[in-house]
Design a protein around this ligand. Structure first.
Ligand code: UN1
Length: 415
């Protein structure tokens, strides 16, 4: 994975570990595909729900978590009794191939796991449009997600989409500043900023802004950028020439809009970097909430720092975007923390922790344009990959008409 898409080896191990965690959780969840038993409104009648597989799950996965994200989809889909056909990102076929081979080695029936390599336009579309794929799950850009969503819902398929993010960390005047800096470095530059959950906006309360910026720059300069299999590397390259160009283009867009580049901003051209897509960790200050660099997902090591007057202002800025995946707040004030839980329009909110690093057994997904309301991870994934049947047994021996007959009368004549 490190050779294929560039994340440093310790992050690759984390990606694999997330797959293992997802598998461990799935093993337990297989024993818990619970239905409900519910009292009937009529006497001598029994109500319950049971769960069914949906059919063939068509899965389209991204390059940034080439093993973890496929496991989020494959394991719950299989555990609910479906079969899968997966199309991995074109940039990371080998990682998925390795994952599937590990599954075959461990005894999964080969018929239930199928992989097709190729482009989204050819293979991805074919999977989404095929009449026999009954459930579709996609992780990727909002642009592609809208098209997949339209096609799949037009065919009345169940579809789950995890799309873009423009995640924020709120730093209040009372924050543990060193901890906040560490978290913003990890969430802003970890995986070269190429996580859906990456922190690309840091919203800092006025009183602590300048001190935060000073420490943030100092810490960003300590990152060691390079080939992820070399010892001590803390940030890898952009995944491709195209992604590097996007990142560098956004630096120019930011400058034109009036941001100040206080750290980085350039491609690395030293001998050990010049043949790769390496870029300096980049920090913008003087950012305004409505600038393109504060609104659009860059998916690179570029973080915008935005000043806020107080908590209300910070929450307003945080919510003033189309996306809603992850948010974090650094504060010692329990009231501020709970305000953040209530008011931040994101599917994940962290208190005194980074915006990245969701755990495999918790629901994962976003509000607003980040998705279409489904969650991966945790128990909710199992609801997505299964159908519910409502079952009724009437053991009264009479015709009891729901909504017509008076239950009190029926009860009187019941044995
Ligand atoms: C993603 O970026 O699409 O929460 C997934 C995290 C990881 C998963 C990220 N566990 O950062």
């Amino acid at each position: 994975m490190t050779r294929e898409m560039g994340k440093p080896i310790f992050e690759t191990r984390g990606d694999v570990q997330e797959g293992i965690d997802t598998a461990m959780y799935a093993c337990g969840e297989g024993y818990r595909l619970f239905g409900h038993t519910v009292p009937s409104e009529l006497p001598n009648k029994f109500n319950m729900t049971i769960r069914f597989p949906i059919g063939v799950a068509g899965l389209v996965t991204p390059w940034n978590f080439p093993m973890a994200i496929p496991t989020w989809k494959i394991f719950p889909a299989l555990m609910c009794g479906n079969t899968v056909v997966i199309k991995p990102a074109e940039i990371t076929p080998l990682s998925v191939w390795n994952l599937l081979n590990a599954m075959l080695d461990s005894g999964f029936p080969p018929e239930v796991i199928n992989v097709v390599f190729g482009s989204g336009s050819k293979v991805g579309n074919a999977i989404v449009e095929h009449p026999d794929t009954n459930v579709i799950s996609f992780t990727g850009s909002s642009e592609v997600g809208r098209k997949i969503g339209a096609t799949a819902s037009g065919m009345l398929k169940r579809v789950s989409m995890e799309l873009g993010g423009k995640n924020c960390t709120l730093i209040m005047n009372d924050a543990n500043l060193e901890l906040a800096v560490d978290a913003c470095i990890w969430a802003g530059f970890g995986t070269t900023g190429q996580r859906c959950t990456a922190c690309s906006r840091v919203i800092v309360e006025e009183g602590i802004h300048d001190k935060f910026v000073e420490l943030f720059i100092k810490a960003a300069k300590k990152l060691k950028v390079g080939y992820g299999n070399d010892p001590g590397i803390t940030m890898g390259p952009a995944v491709s020439a195209d992604q590097l160009k996007t990142d560098l283009d956004y630096v120019e867009i930011g400058k034109k809009e009036g941001c100040t580049v206080v750290c980085g901003g350039k491609r690395l051209t030293t001998p050990e970097h010049k043949n790769g897509h390496f870029m300096q960790p980049t920090i913008f200050t003087d950012c305004k909430p409505n600038m393109r660099t504060s609104q659009e997902e860059i998916f690179g090591p570029v973080v915008s720092v935005i000043k806020a007057k107080n908590l209300d202002d910070a929450i307003k800025i945080a919510n003033g975007i189309q996306y809603g995946l992850s948010s974090a707040i650094f504060t010692q004030d329990v009231n501020a923390a709970y305000r953040a839980f209530r008011d931040l329009e994101t599917g994940l909110t962290y208190v005194n922790a980074a915006t990245i690093g969701a755990e495999a057994h918790m629901p994962f997904g976003g509000m607003k344009s980040t998705g279409n309301g489904h969650r991966e991870g945790g128990w909710q994934a199992y609801e997505f990959y299964s159908e519910t049947k409502a079952c009724y047994v009437d053991y009264s021996g009479t015709l009891q008409r729901a909504q017509i007959d008076d239950p009190k009368q029926l009860l009187k004549s019941a044995k």
